[in-house]
Design a protein around this ligand. Structure first.
Ligand code: CP
Length: 312
């Protein structure tokens, strides 16, 4: 595998899940695979889990991780070609990606969307530029439209906790005070579409995700109806796709409550705003998998790095 930038880079999700479970059992089994190899982690945006779990994954493989907060610490990067760079950008991505490639064997990048320029966001300007101008593999640590390390993690977690052969999984929009990206929702949809689950999405009208991603997955605008017989409820907020990046409804009645989900397992990628997205009684119950999910971030990232190291 050259790059991991999308859930579509997973060829056989069930075998990937089994490989991730094996890594979880013996995290240090491949400690020499990444010896003398460097993972560069470039963050254009904040992170807790991705930043730490991806470093931990690298360390478990014997790699040396180096981290940079690009926004603020590095020179302002220019992504457009032919620009007269007499404004705020001091370095072109052509030089930056080529230079970082000399220091690192793999480059992992986090770069969120603008949520104001749909065309720019859908072009995946930052991730695409790194793929184009870096000479080493690129890993997506959450881009404008996808969070494939999270999606793989979520597939692993559902596989671990499923009690029936084909569980019902519901991705539910939940309220938030800010306009949030679609990336986690998109990658979760793509991961579930690859798995043998009964998968539906619940969101208020005006919040349907990109139809090119949701495809034939059923979408309910009635949360109660969607939650019927659910084994897993995955909550996430996202802003409107149709009215791009806007908060068109923040109906608190969509908050996830214990009464609504019953015995279903609760999932969220974190960070989560308590009693806005989901009530305390859910997060503090035995049905919440959020901590287990966050733990699995390490093994999802470790599997991705392992596959890239083995192919390079
Ligand atoms: N879920 C997730 O990506 O968490 P961070 O934003 O803290 O990395």
């Amino acid at each position: 595998m050259k790059h991991y930038t999308s859930i579509h880079d997973i060829d056989h999700i069930n075998s990937w899940i089994e490989d991730a479970k094996a890594l979880k059992k013996e995290p240090l089994k491949h400690i020499t695979l990444g010896k003398n190899k460097t993972l560069g982690l470039l963050f254009f945006n904040s992170s807790l889990r991705t930043r730490l779990s991806t470093q931990k994954a690298a360390l478990n493989l014997g790699m040396n991780p180096i981290v940079m907060n690009v926004s603020g610490d590095a020179w302002g990067l220019e992504f457009n070609d032919g620009t007269v760079m007499n404004g705020n950008t001091a370095e072109h991505i052509k030089e930056a990606a080529a230079v970082v490639s000399q220091y690192c064997d793999i480059i992992a990048v986090r770069a969120f969307p603008t949520l104001t320029d749909k065309v720019k966001d859908e072009s995946e300007q930052v991730m695409s530029a790194f793929k184009k101008y870096a000479s080493v593999p690129i890993v997506n640590m959450e881009s404008a439209t996808g969070h494939p390390l999270q999606g793989l993690t979520d597939a692993l977690t559902i596989s671990e906790y499923a009690k029936v052969k084909k569980p019902k999984v519901v991705l539910s929009w939940a309220p938030h005070i800010k306009a949030l990206p679609h990336a986690v929702g998109n990658s979760f949809v793509q991961a579930m579409q690859k798995m043998d689950v009964e998968f539906v999405i619940a969101n208020p009208e005006g919040y349907d995700l990109n139809p090119e991603i949701t495809g034939s997955t059923p979408i309910y605008h009635n949360q109660e109806e969607a939650f019927k017989d659910a084994d897993f409820v995955y909550a996430k907020n996202w802003s409107s796709y149709e009215n791009y990046g806007k908060v068109v409804n923040s109906d608190p009645n969509w908050m996830i409550t214990k009464a609504k989900i019953g015995d279903a397992k609760f999932m969220h990628c974190l960070p989560v705003r308590r009693n806005v997205v989901v009530e305390d009684a859910v997060l503090d119950s035995d049905n919440s998998l959020v901590i287990e999910q966050a733990n699995n971030r390490t093994y999802a990232a470790q599997l991705v790095l392992k596959k890239i190291l083995e192919d390079s």
